[in-house]
Ligand binder design. Structure first.
Ligand code: ATP
Ligand code: MG
Length: 250
């Protein structure tokens, strides 16, 4: 992402949401972006996804300029990831169908992800009959089954209770470690960002700019146990201090 600025027009008002944001994500790197509410996190994700065009600057994925959404980038939102009128199985295979993958092959991929996500017995259920946590598992399976190069996730676990969120984080890390992908993960939760990521980018309050970045040098696999690790505690303190410094200098 190179020098990206996004200005929204809201009636006669202009809202500068994101200003001169530059960063890169390595191949198969897990990057989290954190920052206060309204600082432009979702805006950045939407630009990478190709849902909106930046006012200035550009985004490239594997050297190609992003102009529109494409199957090389999979997106998981906080909610509303699924087609309510399609069964779980059909939701997961949707992208593969669009790509013209033959039925038999689709069936195999879907069966694998259903199993991995613990959803096999819900293959023929509709989303509304599932809990929110299960719906997010279907959303994750759907994004993954499509085998994108880049996975874009916008606070996917923030509406879950803490136990379900914890299970989802462990599940995501397990799936990711088995099939590494480049991930851009948005969250406002510092602990979640550290647990999941190779690197954490801290944005300033709106207009979002890159305030500071933190390398996460903690061993994987990481479970909740990592929260007690002294290196985790130290990094958490540093990130909080950086957030506080920024807020108090406003
Ligand atoms: N479509 C839009 N039209 C006008 N203003 C918008 C639009 N989308 C976002 N904004 C404004 O741009 C700013 C950044 O919004 P964005 O949703 O990217 O923030 P965020 O960091 O994701 O916030 P949150 O943590 O609450 O999800 C906010 O001030 C928001 O009101
Ligand atoms: Mg947002």
């Amino acid at each position: 992402m190179d020098n990206v600025t996004v200005v929204y027009a809201s009636g006669s008002e202009q809202i500068l949401a994101v200003e001169n944001v530059t960063f890169s994500v390595g191949d198969k790197e897990f990057l989290s972006i954190i920052g206060p509410s309204g600082c432009g996190k979702s805006t950045i994700l939407h630009v990478i996804a190709g849902f909106i065009q930046p006012t200035s600057g550009e985004v490239k994925v594997s050297g190609s300029l992003v102009r529109q959404p494409d199957q090389d980038r999979g997106v998981v939102f906080q909610k509303y990831n699924l087609f309510p009128w399609k069964k779980v199985r059909q939701n997961i295979e949707f992208g593969l169908r669009m790509k013209g993958v033959p039925k038999e092959e689709r069936g195999e991929v879907v069966a694998d992800y259903l199993k991995l996500m613990g959803l096999t017995e819900f293959a023929d259920s509709y989303p509304h009959s599932l809990s929110v946590g299960m719906q997010q598992r279907v959303g994750l399976a759907r994004a993954y089954a499509n085998d994108p190069d880049v996975l874009l996730m916008d606070e996917p676990f923030s509406s879950l209770d803490s136990q379900t969120g914890e299970r989802m984080r462990e599940l995501l890390l397990r799936v990711w470690s088995q099939n590494l992908k480049t991930v851009v993960f948005i969250t406002h939760d510092i602990e979640e960002a550290i647990q999941l990521s190779d690197r954490v980018l801290l944005l300033s309050p709106r207009p979002g700019r890159v305030h500071e970045e933190f390398q996460v040098n903690l061993p994987r696999p990481r479970s909740r146990e990592i929260f007690a690790d002294s290196r985790f505690v130290e990094l958490r303190k540093r990130i909080m201090a950086a957030m506080f410094t920024h807020t108090s200098s406003e």
